[in-house]
Design a protein around this ligand. Sequence first.
Ligand code: NDP
Ligand code: OXD
Length: 313
Amino acid sequence: MTPIRLLFVSNSDSKSAWKRRLEALDPSIEVRLWPDPGSLDGIEAALVWKPPAGLLATLPRLRLVLSLGMGVDHVFADPALPKGVPVVRLVDPDLVNRMSEYCALAVLRYHRNADAYDAFQRARQWKALPNEPAGASRGVGILGLGEIGRDLAAKLAPFGFRLAGWSRTPKLVPGVESYHGAEGFKPFLARSEIAVCLLPLTPETEGILNAAAFAALPKGAIVVNAARGGHVVDADLLAALDSGHVAAAQLDVFRQEPLPPEHPFWAHPKVRITPHNAGLTNPETAAAQIVENLRRLRAGERLLNVVDPARGY
Ligand code: NDP
Ligand code: OXD
């Protein structure tokens, strides 16, 4: 196989693990690690997570951009992203599984009032809340019925929740009531007692979880955001929590990461925070797909998981 030079651009601690894994799977790949790649001559592909703006435009022989995650908003955020160079994303079953675990845990925790029981225990109170409704009477709404949203629906279905999904185009997913487009948004929210955001971040979805969306949720709804911080209008979520219309929020992603110490989410009693680790890309499971796309690039074959730049996901 013709050798190929791949620029790896990420602040990840596992850079060396990625290099080892990729070069072991295909010795014709030469991985150069940014920010000390040596010469950039002849770089034909870049595997990136939040690449510095303008960096990719300095690679004259670039033929492929590979996202180190499932989301690609961090790639399209570069205003100088070279036009016409295909962008592919990871679709890794291990990462999908982790994301579903995270969201299912949040759904079950809130469904069974886990926060209240934690507080009762701390107060040494033997107290039961009125019977939680069984799964079938709880409406769970999934924003985004893509790879992760569909997997989450499949994992929640056996509990019997009343599942709904919202997407851009209509979907036929067994056991999931499908809503789509702008006209489907409010009716979808109105039946979502627990709303889980798994949308890509695009110009259409930026700020979609705003005051109007929160108001459309049933009173006492729960919001889970494992997608991107840019989906949430922070001030609107805080207002909805303070008014009690939204009862609690579980957030894995934030507009600024790491979340600054002074951000009001940290100390808010109704907010649970995790550090953007709902899903983590694992080189052991994800590298094979990258190697396969580099093989396809050289063989002139159709690439896997190509992103549509016009849609932004
Ligand atoms: P997919 O691209 O597979 O699916 C996206 C879904 O969102 C599709 O159903 C799509 O609709 C829908 N959608 C997109 N735009 C709109 C819109 N304007 N209105 C309504 N629906 C819309 O995404 P994945 O499931 O692979 O991933 C989702 C996101 O999760 C990623 O983009 C990433 O940001 C985030 N993520 C977060 C991680 C973490 O650690 N926190 C880890 C991995 C991913 P349609 O089907 O009609 O096209
Ligand atoms: C991803 C992420 O997009 O980890 O894969 O956020």
